[in-house]
Design a protein around this ligand. Structure first.
Ligand code: AMP
Length: 281
């Protein structure tokens, strides 16, 4: 596996791969890799001739009071995992190179980035869209891989990709979960053993809502309110629990085909997000 910290180095290797007829897959991550990330990497490896994994804890997408400083960083374990998985290139850009002191440009994806996470984390999706646009331009992948766990991120990137004509295919992979259904997340490392046990009640409430839809519930407002109450009853602070259209991220009145229930909770100092598809499209 090649490791590249500089853009010139990255471009040289990606250029060579493309010249030899290989398609390029990109998996953007913030590291502290787990099976959720690996599922994206395996998919990229299956579909592309040359798989680039980026690890960059993007300061632009963290608010001033958020966890940028304590976000888990495990560069050596990550590199060993990626080598084992057969990733072709690990791209580790430096923040100072990505964002020189007079960096002045931002990508703003209006509408779809404003509710949900965007309402609670102002500027978050501007940071995400800006870094993903840079990575798309730096790597020029044929396909880019994202996880459905970050539902609104997928919506924002899908819209940006269309609006700005990025010539690539977006691939969205299913959420990988622990046996108790907690979605894998680098932030799960923050949980104490007691919090980790309690955290299983988060996906449980989301899947209970999905079961109610299977049993005929179609009132999206009631489902959102009841889910919020269930999460609060389980001891979480709830940022939101909304039934949304995953393309637009607009709240829905009725549970229509393709509707998702997206939620964010806080447990001690840890903030977790998750979502479930309520009704197959
Ligand atoms: P992150 O390192 O948290 O920025 O995540 C990098 C990519 O992995 C994003 O596209 C995430 O949506 C995806 N991802 C994170 N957790 C999971 C998971 N449990 N299942 C599937 N994909 C995931």
């Amino acid at each position: 596996m090649i490791t590249a910290a500089e853009l010139g180095h990255l471009r040289r290797h990606v250029g060579q791969a493309r010249a030899s007829g290989k398609s390029i897959g990109l998996v953007p991550t913030m590291g502290a890799l787990h099976e959720g990330h690996l599922s994206l990497i395996r998919r990229a490896r299956a579909e592309c001739g040359f798989t680039v994994v980026s690890i960059f804890v993007n300061p632009l997408q963290f608010g001033a009071t958020e966890d940028l400083g304590r976000y888990p960083r495990r560069p050596e374990e990550d590199a060993a995992m990626l080598a084992r998985e057969g990733a072709d290139l690990l791209y580790l850009p430096e923040a100072a190179a990505m964002y020189p002191p007079d960096f002045s440009t931002a990508v703003e994806v209006r509408g779809v980035s404003e509710g949900g996470e965007g309402a609670v984390r102002p500027g978050h999706f501007r940071g995400v869209a800006t870094v993903v646009a840079k990575l798309f331009l730096q790597v020029s992948p044929d396909a880019a891989y994202f996880g459905r766990k970050d539902l609104q991120q997928v919506a924002v990137i899908r819209r940006m990709t269309r609006d700005l004509d990025f010539p690539l295919r977006l691939v969205v992979a299913e959420t990988v979960r622990e046996p108790d259904l907690l979605a894998l997340s680098s932030r799960n490392a923050y949980l104490s053993p007691e919090e980790r046990r309690q955290a299983a009640l988060f996906p449980k409430a989301l899947f209970a809502a999905r079961d109610r839809v299977s049993a005929g519930e179609a009132d999206a407002g009631r489902l959102g309110r009841d889910t919020r109450a269930a999460l609060e009853g389980a001891g979480f602070a709830v940022d939101y629990a909304d039934v949304v259209d995953p393309e637009t991220m607009r709240p829905l009145d009725r549970v229509v085909q393709g509707a998702a229930l997206a939620a964010a909770i806080r447990l001690g100092k840890t903030r977790l997000i998750d979502n479930v598809l309520l009704l197959e499209p």
